[in-house]
Design a protein around this ligand. Structure first.
Ligand code: OSB
Ligand code: MG
Length: 373
């Protein structure tokens, strides 16, 4: 197969409400979408998950756009490849980092390959689930009371896992309040997005009494050693998100004992080939994984849903339905969740499984660049 053209577009999509994490707040997403076309005319869309600011990762939509245009697309365009498995090694060679930019292209090629074969992306990667379980991620709130209200709404809606964002000063008391407002059995977890350091170990140990499913990324993204030290002090499993940028980092986590669960975001790890390799090595070592989210449009969500259908994705993912974030999504049908907190995997539809509303995307588009012929 051969990819002959990649069209980059930036759209602006306002979130229904601002989403606050310890390192920053988002109220309107600037989303980079890719439209890929193969030499035989097959078209599929993908999404770059890089944010507006370099607070989650050093990558932003602007660095990703530059990296795709200058270094990544030129590696792929017009080149005869055996299949999507060829893309990851092609992009890793002598291009350091820029995993989200690489992933946008790599995943798009998986999408085009599925389209070309006339099968779903899920089937192409060997997904086994007919539906996936969904959790909600709730941003940092002004008071524990407001947070508890949102948690209860999430449970009433059917979500199967509650993740609350924390930061120093909005942690133990917030968790205590929320836990007292819900059942001790409800799957509850926290995500700190790097906000803590060695001086905070006692505070993090205080979270041990709340029967949390896990504590996600409490320490710095490049600090596997201190995560290992912290894990030894805790009964609660640590889960790594920002730290796991490759299958090697997942191996390191396992060897060092820096965590017991992995949040896999295909965008963060350079795409599907890498995400599947991390899934496989974790399965081999009895490490459960789940699929995280990056406030994606329905296009990015499609890829997360396909990935989460692999067997070792045994914990509900941050894969909310379209209407959790958007007044209106850019795909049809929109992603919907049952009252039992499940999303159906579109196994019967070719490619990413939903159709892209190109007219709406043109209306929302603020920047466009055609790469290739
Ligand atoms: O750490 O998982 C995270 C959103 C932006 C940046 C980082 C994270 C998140 C989320 C959102 O938690 C999850 C979702 O898309 O529903
Ligand atoms: Mg996270």
């Amino acid at each position: 197969m051969r990819i002959d053209r990649i069209t980059l577009r930036e759209i602006r999509l306002p979130l229904k409400e601002p989403f606050r994490i310890s390192s920053g707040v988002t109220d309107t997403r600037r989303i980079c979408l890719l439209e890929l076309m193969s030499s035989d005319g097959a078209v599929e869309w993908s999404e770059c998950v890089a944010g507006e600011e370099p607070n989650y990762s050093y990558e932003t939509i602007d660095t990703a756009w530059l990296a795709i245009r200058e270094w990544i697309a030129p590696r792929i365009l017009g080149k005869e490849i055996r299949g999507p498995e060829d893309i990851f090694p092609l992009l890793e060679k002598d291009i350091r980092g820029h995993g989200m930019a690489k992933a946008a292209v790599e995943m798009g090629v998986w999408g085009v390959a599925a389209r070309t074969k006339g099968i779903s992306l899920t089937r192409l990667i060997g997904g086994v689930r007919k539906e996936i379980e969904v959790g909600i991620s709730i941003g940092i709130q002004p008071t524990p009371q407001i947070l508890a209200e949102k948690v209860k709404q999430g449970l009433a809606r059917g979500y199967r896992k509650i993740k609350m964002k924390i930061e120093p000063g909005k942690d133990v008391e917030y968790v205590r309040y929320v836990r007292s407002a819900i059942s001790t059995e409800t799957h509850l977890m926290v995500d700190a997005n790097n906000a803590y350091g060695e001086a905070d170990f006692e505070c993090l140990q205080a979270l041990d009494e709340f029967n949390l499913l896990m504590i996600e990324q409490p320490l710095a993204c490049d600090d596997l050693v201190r995560h290992a030290r912290l894990q030894k002090l805790l009964r609660t499993p640590l889960c790594l998100d920002e730290s796991i940028t490759s299958v090697e980092r997942a191996q390191d986590m396992i060897e060092l004992g820096s965590g017991r669960i992995v949040n896999i975001k295909p965008g963060r790890v350079g795409g599907f080939t890498s995400a599947i390799a991390i899934h496989d090595i974790c399965a081999k070592h009895g490490i459960p994984v789940w699929c995280g989210g990056m406030l994606e449009s329905g296009i990015g969500r499609a890829y997360n849903i396909a990935l989460a259908s692999l067997p070792n994705f045994s914990i509900p993912g941050d894969i909310s339905p379209s209407d959790r974030y958007w007044e209106r999504d850019v795909v049809s049908p929109e992603w919907v969740m049952s009252n039992e907190g499940r999303i159906a995997v579109p196994l019967a539809s070719p490619g990413i499984g939903v159709s892209v509303d190109t007219e709406r995307i043109e209306k929302l588009c603020v920047r466009r660049e055609v790469l290739g012929v």
